[in-house]
Design a protein around this ligand. Structure first.
Ligand code: FES
Length: 67
């Protein structure tokens, strides 16, 4: 599904950009080699970025301190 219609950026591309370190919509555009146009996707892109970060954190192994 496209998150950014103007620049044809899909959810999976946002996810890949987040895994590569993107934390803001502008980072995603940069990672995709595109520039924002209307900016109408910014809120949905932020939500997707936050969701992807939350999923990554939930999936990350927890290091437990040895007693
Ligand atoms: S929908 Fe993303 S810049 Fe227009």
């Amino acid at each position: 599904m496209y998150l950014c219609i103007c620049r044809a950026i899909r959810e999976r591309e946002v996810d890949a950009a987040v895994r590569a370190g993107a934390r803001r919509p502008v980072d995603v555009f940069r990672a995709c080699g595109k520039n924002p146009q209307c900016g109408g996707c910014a809120n949905e892109m932020r939500k997707r970025i936050d969701q992807t970060i939350a999923c990554e954190q939930a999936a990350a192994p927890t290091l437990m301190a040895a007693d």
